[in-house]
Design a protein around this ligand. Structure first.
Ligand code: SAM
Ligand code: DTB
Ligand code: SF4
Length: 328
């Protein structure tokens, strides 16, 4: 059984990342089977509850106000509308519902109170509720926890060195501070990144190193392939090869064995065969539903078919697990 380590060196991670790819998949698959039920994949649904008009300058993001993209700005949704979407997601088989807002940071105002109501409502529906709202203070993290928040997504996106090339309106330390605030509030941490932004391999390794040497590993690590959006500075970036996604997923799986590794943005451009390789390499979570936040994602029917072909089953939510334990 591989052990959980928080003292990985960059060199060790680099060596794993550069293992011949078939061996890498095999090694990651072995670790995966030690810690997880390999036929189970967590199905999560995303909803953009506040869209566009963001003051930040993240070069990949269609929601930054300063770029001219087709994204339509939408103020914070009403709680009732969000509940309807959450019910739809639950009925379609999702066990985690993640609400995203195009904010730099959370402010203590009526909108935050509304988000707290959304969190309460979704949590009462028995789904794992997750939010991604930008930076959080310790007090805001506690309020979210008290409302029933299960997880918080806050991506490091890339290495500390490459960060300034992608975002200038905040720094890496701000990101790490929020992760610490989330952790201290005993909320499950979801943090990963994006590949295909023009970073070097050493940046991918650097990001994985930061994640794997946090005092506690994130419980979930999303690996996104850049979705190049017209109007953003990264609109012309070339598609990353599936082998690069596989290397990221497999390395994350080996160095953070217990984490859920999520095959996130980019699935619309991947075949079932390519996604199957990602699952073999240790991915065990996806976003389902025909939209991510603002960009397309495979339709539920296509994913249903993929689950049938690969004989995968949706992972029960932590709440369903608790119920089962109580019943037993
Ligand atoms: N505003 C908050 C923040 O930045 O933390 C939350 C929402 S933001 C859209 C959430 C994450 O989506 C980003 O950290 C980034 O990793 C991912 N993302 C945004 N645009 C993307 C794109 N075009 N391709 C892939 N991932 C993207
Ligand atoms: C994550 O790592 N990927 C999701 C979720 N966390 C919030 C977001 C992907 C967004 C892709 C671009 C869009 O749809 O706007
Ligand atoms: Fe704003 Fe988040 Fe997009 Fe950056 S990634 S521009 S913070 S919505």
């Amino acid at each position: 059984m591989s052990v959980i380590r928080n003292n990985w060196t960059r060199e060790e991670i680099e060596k794993i990342y550069n293992t011949p790819v078939l061996d890498l998949i095999y090694n990651a698959g072995t670790v995966h089977r030690q810690y997880h039920e390999a036929s189970e994949v967590q199905v999560c649904t995303l909803l953009s509850v506040k869209t566009g008009g963001c003051p930040e300058d993240c070069a990949y993001c269609p929601q930054a106000a300063r770029y001219h993209t087709d994204v339509k700005v939408h103020k914070l949704m009403e709680v009732g509308e969000v509940m309807e979407k959450a019910i739809e997601a639950k009925e379609a088989g999702s066990t985690r519902f993640c609400m995203g807002a195009a904010w730099r940071e959370v402010r203590d105002n009526k909108d935050f109170d509304k988000v707290l109501d959304m969190v309460k409502g979704v949590s009462q529906m028995g789904m794992e509720v997750c939010c991604t709202l930008g930076m959080l203070s310790p007090e805001q993290a506690q309020k979210l926890k008290d409302a029933g928040l299960y997880a918080y997504n806050h991506n490091l996106d890339t290495s500390e060195e490459f960060y300034q090339d992608i975002i200038t309106s905040r720094n890496y330390g701000d990101r790490l501070d929020t992760l610490e605030n989330v952790r201290k509030a005993k909320i499950s941490v979801c943090s990963g990144g994006i590949i295909g932004m023009g970073e070097k391999e050493e940046d991918r390794i650097g990001m994985l190193h930061t994640l794997a040497t946090l005092p506690e590993h994130p419980e979930s690590v999303p690996v996104n392939a850049l979705v190049p959006v017209e109007g953003t500075p990264l609109e012309d970036q070339e598609k990353v090869s599936v082998w690069e996604m596989i290397r990221m997923i497999a390395t994350a799986r080996i160095i953070m064995p217990k984490a859920m590794v999520r095959l996130s943005a980019g699935r619309v451009r991947m075949s079932v065969e390519e996604q199957a390789l990602c699952f073999m390499a240790g991915a065990n979570s996806i976003f389902a539903g025909d939209k991510l936040l603002t960009t397309p994602n495979p339709a539920y029917v296509d994913d249903k078919q993929m689950f049938q072909i690969l004989q995968l089953k949706p992972r029960p939510s932590h709440k369903e697990n608790l119920v089962k334990q109580v019943v037993l």
